[in-house]
Design a protein around this ligand. Structure first.
Ligand code: PBG
Length: 321
């Protein structure tokens, strides 16, 4: 007797029945870029299909995202001005703070997450305060905590520190609690690698470092055990959700993280991963939609519960069709 696994691949209905991994729009977090100004919906060249919005236009986009069954957005800010300490990041009238209020006003049930980092707000483009040419850890985490509180105050449901300073999850958690925001959740970019895949994002958010790179704070792509150490630390410090970033070249890390923790696990399908698919599809070299769904499925299969992805709307449309 021949063992015939092909019996379970015979028809679409049988394949549906035995499919191990499902992807759904409610697994997605849609990233959004908000710029200072009014009436803006500006295409981002390096991320085809993505736009920069202003606080007054972003809620229209969020309505569409909501209508597609996507429960959550994560906001990145492009401020009106930058300085050495990134002070526009914790201003009550800052661009992200204004966007949060507009979104919560128009689509109250949308889960609004904010990226907490200084790189979009500092004149030098590094993720913290500089002492000479190095980023000062302990001064930086105080400013990150201040930024997190100002997002919570504006109405964010969740804050997501992406800077990779040591102790920032604890500092953010403590400051949120002290200021009365015990119910604001923290999604930690726990295992965030110093990656070439962030290229298009830095264009979109105008956040490329003016000198050097981020290797003295983000993780070395060669390290896997260290990711688990970072995840453990963030959980001890009070993270509610942990994240691995990027996703596609780090599926082994996602799997290891899944085995490490009972917390919800997020993976960030980053800008370079999106741009590669878009560029190849434009050239007719791959079927973009098919590859998109294959990638999202692979990230879920590796063990992620939640996927931050620029494909959110497009994939939701495909999945509902
Ligand atoms: C901010 C931040 C970055 C990304 C998310 N938050 C850029 C970076 O670390 O340089 C990258 C997201 C993407 O590439 O899609 N620190």
């Amino acid at each position: 007797m021949l063992i015939r696994p092909r019996r379970l691949r015979r028809t679409a209905a049988v394949r549906d029945m035995v499919r191990e991994t499902k992807v759904s729009p409610d697994d997605f977090i849609a990233p959004l870029f908000v710029a200072h100004g009014r009436g803006i919906k500006e295409p981002i060249a390096s991320l085809p299909g993505q736009f920069r919005f202003s606080p007054d236009t972003v809620s229209e986009e969020v309505k569409e995202i909501h209508a597609l069954g996507i429960p959550s957005v994560i906001l990145f800010g492009l401020p009106d001005s930058k300085d050495e300490s990134g002070s526009r990041s914790w201003a009550d009238d800052g661009v992200v703070q204004m966007a949060i209020k507009k979104i919560k006003d128009k689509v109250p049930s949308m889960v609004v997450i904010t990226d907490v980092c200084l790189c979009e707000y500092t004149s030098h483009g590094h993720c913290g305060i500089l002492k000479g040419e190095t980023v000062d850890n302990d001064e930086t985490i105080e400013l990150l905590a201040r930024q997190a509180v100002s997002h919570a105050k504006a109405g964010a449901d969740m804050v997501a520190p992406s800077d990779m300073m040591d102790g920032r999850i604890g500092a953010v958690r403590q400051e949120l609690d002290t200021e009365g925001y015990q119910d604001t959740a923290v999604m930690a970019y726990s295992a965030k690698y110093a990656s070439g895949f962030y290229g298009p994002f830095r264009d979109a958010a105008d956040s490329a470092p003016q000198f050097g790179d981020r290797s003295s704070y983000q993780m070395d792509p060669a390290n896997a055990r260290e990711a688990l150490r970072e995840i453990r630390l963030d959980i001890e410090e009070g993270a509610d959700i942990v994240m691995v970033k990027p996703a596609l070249a780090y599926l082994d890390i996602i799997r290891a993280a899944r085995q490490e923790t009972l917390l919800p696990l997020a993976a960030y399908n980053v800008s370079g991963e999106y741009a590669m698919v878009k560029a190849a599809a434009r050239n007719g070299w791959i079927d973009g939609k098919r590859v998109m769904l294959e990638i999202l499925t692979a990230i879920r299969r590796a063990g992620a519960d939640i996927i931050l992805t620029y494909f959110a709307k497009e994939a939701a449309r495909e999945l509902r069709a």
